[in-house]
Design a protein around this ligand. Sequence first.
Ligand SMILES: Nc1ncnc2c1ncn2[C@@H]1O[C@H](COP(=O)(O)OP(=O)(O)OP(=O)(O)O)[C@@H](O)[C@H]1O
Ligand SMILES: [Mg+2]
Length: 354
Amino acid sequence: MSPFAKIRTVGIDLGTSSIKISAGPRKLKFPSIIGEPNPGFRGITMDKSWENNLVIELENGEEYYVGELARLQSLVKIPLAREGRMKSAKDALIAVKAALGLIAERPEEVFVIATGVPVATGQAEMETLSRSIVGTHEIRIKNDATGDKKIAKVKIVAAPVMPEPYGSWYYVLKKKGEKTAIDSVIIDIGYGSTDILTIYNGTILRTASGSIVEAIDTIVTKLAQYLNEKTGRMIKPEMLISTIEKGLMAVNIGGTTYDISPQINALSEYVARVIADELARLLDTLPPDALIKYFILVGGGVYLLGPKLKEALLARGFVKSPEQIIIPDDPVMSNAMGFELVAQYYSQRLLGGK
Ligand SMILES: Nc1ncnc2c1ncn2[C@@H]1O[C@H](COP(=O)(O)OP(=O)(O)OP(=O)(O)O)[C@@H](O)[C@H]1O
Ligand SMILES: [Mg+2]
């Protein structure tokens, strides 16, 4: 029997605001931050889930809060990615290990992990992360709410690291049953950035890929400013995220309901236009034989901006027919799910399959 007879595959999408993990039926999402422990502030928490109370103990004895626990409790928070790029491979590895600790089911397991990082991350940083993931790790995690501990010994036999939207491209092509690499553009509208990735002849065309800061953050920030001026109350942008996620067009401030549909409409149009402008700039650099068949729209921002962006793509002639614009069933998880398929591809090759 091959030493890799039981390879588990995991896909990770390490974004600027959240990390998504796909491992078979398990799907996880937590904020893209780690932080210094702040046990003095431990509250009486109702939520005792591992995901929201995750602490990792490193080999050198250091402890970090990971994800939601870091967001809520750490005084010193370390973002894993910012301005469209991964900040430090060392910090990213801590989050990857913590995620694996959650996923591990048996004391010793073999994994292939494919990870996506923001588009503006340099090649050297991506290689450093890949090299540091490969190998044997003893992962120690702790549930801060219950005090439960878990130790998992994992052997990672391959760890490709690629730009995030590649995951969705792979996912969409596999689901469509495409057998060859199809020239495509993937637009990933996140919270803190919109990433654009162009794939030509099966490889990532760096010159026609990039990242802009206009995304959902732009909309909630400008909307908060408007409401501050209108109501004289302090409205934080984060407070408007759930309004956007629920698709609401009105907010309640101090007992008064405000219709925000004109503002949301105007802001969505503005962000969709900025994305289309950037796309035009990037596509101008394409070689003449590149024939972009698919425009794949992903990221949670698609729920709000998808319709406006579709309109813009058609109006500007980037696409000839609406069928060329594809939104996967779960545009938030599709990168991670695609990377899981990439990990499966690597593991089949290791197992000596096709
Ligand atoms: N079902 C939904 N309806 C409307 N908005 C949503 C939905 N799901 C997520 N969003 C919003 O879309 C935005 C982007 O979500 P996403 O998970 O893609 O961001 P992210 O990947 O964490 O950000 P980044 O790519 O910048 O790191 C978030 O602000 C989120 O609130
Ligand atoms: Mg994202």
